[in-house]
Ligand binder design. Sequence first.
Ligand SMILES: [Zn+2]
Length: 401
Amino acid sequence: MKVTNCHLCGSSELEKVLDLGFHPLADFFLKESQLQEAERRYPLSVLLCRNCGHGMNSFVVPAEVRYQENDYSYDSGNSKISVGHFTDMAKEVSERAGVQKGELVVDIGSNIGTLLGAFKDLGASIQGVDPAPNIVALAEKNGIPTINDFFNDSSAKMILKKGRAKAITITNAFNHISPLDEFMESVVSVLDKSGSFVIELPYFLEVIRKKHFDVVYLEHVSYVAVKPLVPFFKKFGLSITHLEENDYMSGSIRIFVGYGEESPLVKKQIALEQESGLYDVDTWKKFAASVRDCKIHLLKELVDARSGGGKVVAIGAAAKGNTLLNYCGIDTTLIDFATDASPLKIGKYTPGSHLPIRSDDAISEEVTHALILAWNIADFLKSKISPKFPHLKFITPHVVE
Ligand SMILES: [Zn+2]
């Protein structure tokens, strides 16, 4: 579906600021049998709302196709880093939202229940909601009660049977949702008046600050910053009561929303966004030019490695890596295979580029170069692989300043 109006303010004044061509869904990892089938591609461009500043994809793939047509392959417990992050997050949310033992915490897009498991350990009553059937089966196996549905009016009614929630969390999923108005009505219906709705996701400002263009992919309906959210939440009688940036996914923001006073941090953060040029079309023109330069540099590096007799692999088959691979037109001509630790991905193929995904053990002496796709955990991956293969040259695909 082509986007004609802003998801937050409804304005039709939308300006295209980045065009990455046509892409398959980034999380649509393929089984071998699917390699011979036609692969759907959709336009992948970023629009900036000239009215409120919200960033969004120009095209929304129906949510049923994104999460229910193929096995969803992201697993929130896939690394020690993510487990540690969600354990800390449960502690912070419990303290700030004042969650007492036995009070209800709801996690939307709860995945295999990594965050909810941490809330459970702290004594909260928990409820997950997730649309992906294969992921919900894993959550239930972990003892995390999970409704297999989108978070909407009907799942909200099911949750209300347990009472109102003292905290509703949504990590790396608020940016996947459309329409947001209906979604917020369901949040308001479940949230306790003294409770907090807590959003955590990759921060839009980081795309500009760190040139992370590969966080742009089809599953991301929106790119979230603070300024456009303020009037949006106001429509529901809510304010941003606290916010903080953190290093997760190489640059996330955690936003607490509730019926209390707006935090003074909000004005400071908006000033930062404006000073960085996040809402200026000129900033985006420069950014788009640097994204094109990134493609040229990366392709040159890979071609040089290959033509010099090298063997290249890709490390960490993250969804964002698929934006990079498909935007640059990289396939098995340049990269032999990708590696990943997740059993949900090993044995499958990357969408579009069709790189076979193997376990990390598949790296051998003859591999000369490793392109790091999961750059957000680059240091961790390097420290894991380097001691065994000290000759290996790492390529990190960041945009050259
Ligand atoms: Zn808008």
